[in-house]
Design a protein around this ligand. Structure first.
Ligand code: FAD
Length: 321
């Protein structure tokens, strides 16, 4: 097997203006990849376009020993097709390549792993050794300890399992390099992006999440969830049934096939607590459930349960908060 320098590469997720909090969490995971009690050197790879502000923030991140930064129009939209070729090229000098298990990382890293002809360690929640990680399986109902013999360990990191790495108020990273080559896939171009703009915090970064389920009955009634989220300065989430019924868009879905969140406070309104939903929120610090069915499975994970009609409880709660 090819032997590589022991070093970790973290792919930076950003919007050309700011670093995602998921990147700070992936960097924290990276610092836990250690040999003889010392972290492997961590390099952050930043590819973007007119992303100088991101580079400046990245320079303030503790635990980063160097930055590889490339500013080119080809990376403006972080297309996985372009970025994966860059990552594969840069990864020659790294034993571990990490990205957050966000939509960005889930889009990019399987492509990287395939191009490198290695397996991917997905949704890592703990790092036990250079070659061994822990990851959830069966929608989070069991944890698997996985050992990889691949020469490059390609991983996506579950953000809710790691605290963000510390950020200094002034730059701490001095080494910044620029790769020579820019990669662009021949058969792929960016056409457009539809993005829902919201004043509310992003789901994965929010410390309070209020989620609604089928029990709300309609898109109009979902306003009760929105009002509570706004009063608490939180983000909105939803069960898949609520998304499928058209109450909200699917980027708000929490669960196995949606977003994984672990806020300080998660309020589930009219959600039964199917395992696929629990997979996305059961690590929340405090869980509150509002449901008329006392036997709803959500109460098994809830710290506080309000059994009753949400159409009575929610207006009262809104008045009192
Ligand atoms: P229901 O299960 O119908 O529950 C509605 C709840 O509202 C009930 O408990 C009811 O008692 C309560 N209720 C009704 N009226 C009131 C009222 N007036 N006051 C108070 N309470 C009331 N689901 C997800 O959420 N996220 C996922 O990512 C996801 N991925 C999936 C992946 C796969 C492969 C599969 C098979 C399923 C997945 N699901 C997912 C679907 C999941 O199995 C459930 O069907 C879904 O979570 C149910 O949503 P719900 O709790 O809103 O609806």
């Amino acid at each position: 097997m090819e032997s590589k320098p022991l070093a970790t590469l973290v792919i930076v997720e950003h919007d050309n203006q700011s670093l995602s909090v998921d990147t700070l969490r992936a960097l924290s995971a990276a610092s836990q990849i250690q040999q003889d009690g010392a972290s492997l050197p961590v390099t952050a790879l930043l590819a973007g376009y007119q992303c100088g502000a991101v580079l400046e923030s990245l320079k303030c991140v503790e635990n980063v020993s160097q930055i590889i930064a490339i500013d080119a129009a080809e990376y403006k939209h972080l297309l996985a097709e372009n970025l994966s070729m860059l990552v594969v090229d840069v990864s020659k000098d790294f034993s571990h390549v990490l990205a957050p298990a966000s939509t960005f990382g889930k889009n990019l890293m399987p492509r990287v792993a395939a191009l490198l002809d290695v397996g991917q360690l997905s949704d890592v929640v703990a790092i036990e050794a250079l070659d061994t990680v822990v990851r959830p399986i069966y929608a989070g109902n069991a944890l698997a300890r996985v050992r990889s013999n691949d020469s490059t360990k390609v991983m996506t990191i579950r953000s809710s399992a790691f605290d963000p790495v510390a950020v200094s108020s002034s730059p701490v990273v001095e080494s910044v390099f620029t790769p020579d080559a820019v990669f662009a896939a021949e058969h792929c171009e960016f056409i457009s992006q539809q993005k829902i703009e919201s004043e509310r915090p992003e789901l994965p970064a929010a410390s309070v999440v209020v989620s609604g389920g089928r029990g709300l009955g309609s898109k109009e009634n979902f306003a009760l969830v929105e009002q509570l989220a706004d009063k608490l300065g939180g983000a909105i989430g939803a069960s898949r049934a609520a998304v499928d019924a058209g109450f909200v868009s699917n980027d708000l879905q929490v669960g196995q096939t949606g977003k994984i969140v672990a806020p300080q406070l998660y309020i589930a309104v009219g959600i039964s607590g199917a395992i696929q939903h629990l997979a996305g929120m059961k690590d929340s610090k405090v869980i509150v459930a509002i449901n008329s069915d006392p036997d709803a499975p959500i109460f098994q994970v809830a710290d506080y349960g309000l059994v009753g009609d949400l159409f009575e409880i929610m207006p009262e709660l809104l008045e009192k908060v």
